[in-house]
Write a protein that binds this ligand. Structure first.
Ligand SMILES: Cc1ncc(COP(=O)(O)O)c(C=O)c1O
Ligand SMILES: C[C@@H](O)[C@H](N)C(=O)O
Length: 348
């Protein structure tokens, strides 16, 4: 019953087997092998347009270097207050994006409120060296709250980005889970809705270490080879990322894994709704579930081996958890089984 994070899940056997196979023999290094080039080209097919792709080690690196590629002196990036870049990356985005700053924007269910975002960006309409200047907007899809922006919500955010001449970045650490939740395509959920740069996450969805920065306007990526090298994120043996992504995309494995993870969360959501010892804290649709449990029930589950994180209530609902209750996050993955879910629900 491992629900702490999809970061706890290992790598899918098909990915480890292919990695082992591609590890044999020699291949040119630093992203120049035939396999590297084939997988980069695969991204053009997946996103239905020519893109520029840069493999990096972590989601934090993907986010930070994506913002570094559009950084400017005095730059300010607008994000949700609970965005990973703001809450969980230890200052990497600010540090790697040349001391640019993050400007938190509030909104319910982990999603920036469009009106609040417009108000925030508009505060910078009058140029000021003192307060700096806008440089980007970043959104997380699926969000840190397990929700997803609808296609129209993405369009509404990109409309602000366009109106303010700002690039729009998407943190897609759980990109595949969001695609499944919306039943849409990679192109529809990104560039067709105005997204300029994507952190394409695969690590949490069955890979060992495979993240990519995807530029939908290749001309925006001119600096990225130098930014990546300067940040020590250029793998000498890039084929070890390419090999993972090769297996990841083969026969739609990536979508199957995300679909399974989301289905296991659906099973959790249904079971929690039927429990008299727990309730859903808010509705989610990806592979993350947030539940409020009686403290005794949570302890009983942990005593029987369940692993999960306690979670802070959202700013907009600080009092949603009773004194004898606890809010927890449950994350499912490709490795989660129906038995894992049912054993957890049986405890409640
Ligand atoms: C929404 C989100 N973005 C980015 C990251 C960063 O990924 P990493 O921990 O690999 O740096 C995470 C980590 O789980 C995440 O949950
Ligand atoms: C930092 C922690 O939140 C991690 N990003 C996860 O989702 O598990």
């Amino acid at each position: 019953m491992f629900f702490a994070s999809d970061n706890w899940a290992g790598a899918h056997p098909a990915i480890t087997e292919h990695l082992a196979k591609e590890a044999a023999g020699y291949a040119s290094a630093y992203g120049t092998s035939d396999l590297d080039k084939r997988i980069e080209a695969e991204f053009n097919t997946i996103f239905e347009r020519e893109v520029a792709v840069f493999f990096v080690a972590t989601g934090t690196a993907a986010n930070s270097l994506a913002l570094a590629s559009v950084s400017r002196a005095g730059g300010v990036t607008f994000c949700h207050s609970d965005a990973h870049v703001n809450a969980d990356e230890g200052g990497a985005p600010e540090y790697l994006a040349n001391a640019s700053r993050l400007y938190p924007v509030e909104g319910p269910d982990g999603k920036m409120d469009v009106g609040a975002l417009h108000t925030a960006v508009s505060r910078f309409d009058v140029p000021s060296v003192h307060q700096g200047r806008p440089m980007a907007i970043t959104m997380t899809q699926a969000t840190e709250a397990g929700t997803v922006y609808s296609l129209d919500e993405i369009s509404a955010i990109s409309a602000i980005a366009r109106a303010k001449s700002l690039p729009l970045h998407m943190d897609g650490a759980r990109f595949a889970n969001a695609l499944v939740a919306l039943d849409t395509t990679p192109a529809e959920m990104t560039w067709k809705r105005g997204v300029d740069i994507l952190s394409f996450g695969a690590t949490k969805n069955g890979c060992w270490c495979a993240e990519a920065i995807v530029f939908f306007k290749p001309e925006m990526a001119e600096e990225m080879p130098y930014i990546r090298k300067r940040s020590a994120q250029l793998f000498s043996k890039t084929r070890f990322i390419s090999a993972q992504l090769d297996a990841y995309f083969k026969d739609g494995l990536w979508m199957d894994m995300a679909r399974h993870a989301n289905t296991m969360s659906d099973r959790l959501r249904t079971g929690l709704e039927g429990s008299n010892k727990a309730r859903l804290a808010w509705n989610t649709s990806g592979n993350e579930v947030f539940a409020i449990l009686e403290k005794q029930a949570a302890k009983a589950a942990q005593d029987k081996g369940a692993k999960f994180y306690d979670w802070l209530p959202p700013r907009e609902h600080p009092d949603m958890v009773g004194k004898d209750e606890t809010l927890i996050r449950l994350v499912t993955s490709f490795a989660t089984t129906e038995e894992d879910v049912d054993r957890f629900l049986d405890i409640l």
